[in-house]
Design a protein around this ligand. Sequence first.
Ligand code: SF4
Length: 317
Amino acid sequence: MSNKPKHEHEANKLHKCLRHAVGQAINDFNMIEQGDKVMVCLSGGKDSYALLDILRHLQASAPIDFELVAVNLDQKQPGFPEHVLPEYLTSIGVPFKIVEEDTYSTVKRVLDEGKTTCSLCSRLRRGILYRTAKELGCTKIALGHHRDDILATLFLNMFYGGKLKAMPPKLVSDNGEHIVIRPLAYVKEKDLIKYAEIKQFPIIPCNLCGSQPNLQRQVVSEMLKDWDKRFPGRIESMFSALQNVVPSHLADTELFDFAGLQRGQSLKHGGDLAFDSETVSFNAPRDDEDEGLPEKPARKVINILGSKPKAGGCGAG
Ligand code: SF4
């Protein structure tokens, strides 16, 4: 007996689940609004293909109108298959622009052989993409970073940068001109791997530049994968932690007025429970009434899914 129906069922389930995860992130961070023109940065990797694909589906059913335009930067790496993305984008009918800039030669010229080239390369790429967004009149720039990228960045910053800082799902670009969004912020990488297999995206390998891989990022990614295998739920808990920050129980005097603490003030976030073994509950509701946390401004958000999205990840793994 063919197991096609089972595969189809699983593929549909994954697709639906990814749509919900992306829709939820878009709603939570008010990423896309009525009339937006969203520039989707497409590298040819699984994440950006999935991002474009899911946004297209949301666009078709969303109660708001927004435009999508896919942009790829052809960095003139040796062996880059120039035809792949135009053919794919034409076949699915998405407006697109291929920007040709030889950042490859610039990076090779400026940096010594054997040096990790990614940071200069990304900086150059960012500048070109921002310029392109302006030229195209885009109001948002969508990037394909996912939940595991966000967590890996958190640990990299802690281990090597001395900062409690991850990768924001939404931010204003350094030059203040653009809003950058990461609609895959709630999506697990393993779901994207599975989705790319199902959809048979024409993946372009990411090692064409011949750059040394970023060893630190690789080590952190392996650590997270190992934890995910050995301690189910740990990754989910860590991501929840990013959404439940308690400044009064950290040590940043800019974020919390430790100097001004007075006896007799009301308890903050369970007071000194930090000294006891705390009952851990995932997705604990955030109490914005507590001092130390800025109140969330009231705003009207249009639900991009047209219905209440479900919380939680998808099923891969
Ligand atoms: S892997 Fe290559 S193309 Fe990608 S950011 Fe690094 S240097 Fe640039």
